[in-house]
Design a protein around this ligand. Structure first.
Ligand code: SAH
Length: 354
């Protein structure tokens, strides 16, 4: 393949030669290209994530994991597994906090980006890289974290037409000079859960086969070798219809159907579906709460105070970062935290069912 060809050219040729491609294919290839050769995180990049806002985020996650491991009986060896670790900041902060409680896990990163692997190794020297979860050792409990990972996985969109359910496919729109979506030819009714099939024409449903596969596999590891997991993402907890696909570049929303591979494509995570998949594999769903609820329950207010007393000149910045993470009009409410565990493990701090 010509490395210099833009993904726009590659997709245009593909569509011209073989016909429409699925939106899932489009999003998957676009993000693989996007992430592979850049570090998009930070104010000078395309978007900022919670671990990049404050060290408190990773520290509190580390404490949550350490608490689970301690109450479950401190089994060794223990594995810290992070999916899509970005710059490795969350892992570095979490591991530092865990060490204070006597836990020094083997560190495993599931990462596909060549550029980001280098950055991650600087944050966490000694981390082991894996292409997917199947390479994680089979012995010892797994403490798994994924922040803004599931939302980057390609979604499948299904649209109800007068002829039944069809997959949304991508074509090139010459007049507009951008890609566009059409309904595919193949009947897709079987891909829609029976309870959701009867809908008015034009209804759009979104599913994430990639997220489902990963949740199923992660749940299997928790059940077979013990462990707990936190999935944190921008998402919803009650089923909803409509496209949530969006593209972000340089901190602004851009058209997802222009310049694939040059912007970050994401879709909201369906946490209800995610919990069901994990439970179908036998994992215990500890709950799904907002990021604000989670961090508040774990004591972010006290942590911000303690850090500001230690470094008074940073007080304002620390309090602003804390607010950004937990305020309902910032990241506090849209971001959700879902916890899973081995059914023999204890309940998770901050997830007491209200
Ligand atoms: N968790 C980090 C980064 C979020 S961005 C943070 O919170 O800052 C998404 C991350 O997932 C990046 O590290 C990206 O390279 C990785 N990623 C995206 N799709 C992936 C895939 N299919 N397999 C493995 N890693 C992937």
């Amino acid at each position: 393949m010509n490395e210099d060809a833009s993904l726009t050219d590659i997709f245009r040729r593909l569509v011209a030669n073989t016909g429409p491609i699925s939106l899932q294919h489009y999003m998957g290839e676009a993000n693989a290209r996007y992430y592979n050769d850049r570090d998009p995180l930070g104010t000078g990049g395309d978007f900022v994530t919670a671990p990049e806002i404050s060290q408190m985020f990773g520290e509190l996650i580390g404490l949550w994991l350490a608490d689970m491991w301690i109450r479950a009986g401190r089994t060794e060896p223990v594995h810290y597994v992070e999916l899509g670790p970005g710059k490795g900041t969350l892992a570095r902060d979490a591991l530092r906090a865990m060490k204070r409680y006597g836990i020094e896990p083997v560190v495993h990163f599931v990462e596909s980006s060549t550029a980001l692997k280098e950055v991650q190794l600087q944050s966490v020297p000694g981390a082991r890289f894996h292409a997917d979860l199947s390479f994680i050792p089979l012995e010892g409990p797994v403490l798994l974290v994924a922040n803004e990972f599931l939302d980057a996985l390609p979604v499948r969109q299904l649209v109800k037409t007068p002829d039944g359910w069809r997959e949304r496919m991508v074509v090139w729109d010459e007049a507009d000079g951008r890609f566009a979506c059409i309904a595919g030819d193949r009947p897709m009714d079987a891909a829609v859960p029976e309870a959701r099939r009867d809908q008015p024409d034009g209804t759009l449903l979104e599913t994430s086969p990639g997220a489902a596969a990963i949740l199923y596999e992660a749940a299997g590891r928790l059940v077979n070798q013990g462990g707990a997991a936190l999935f944190i993402d921008y998402g919803y907890t009650a089923p909803q219809a409509g496209s949530t696909l969006q593209a972000v570049k340089a901190h602004r929303k851009v058209d997802p159907f222009m310049e694939p591979g040059e912007a970050d494509l994401t879709a909201l995570v369906d946490f209800d579906a995610a919990a069901q998949v994990a439970q179908s594999r036998g994992a215990k769903w500890l709950g799904t709460v907002t990021q604000g609820e989670f961090l508040t329950a774990l004591g972010i207010e006290g942590r911000a105070e303690a850090l500001s007393n230690f470094a008074p000149h940073h007080r304002e910045a620390l309090l602003a970062a804390k607010d950004r993470l937990i305020a309902p009009d910032q990241m506090g409410e849209l971001f959700k935290v879902m916890a899973l565990a081995d059914p023999d493990w204890p309940e998770g701090a901050g997830f007491s069912v209200s």
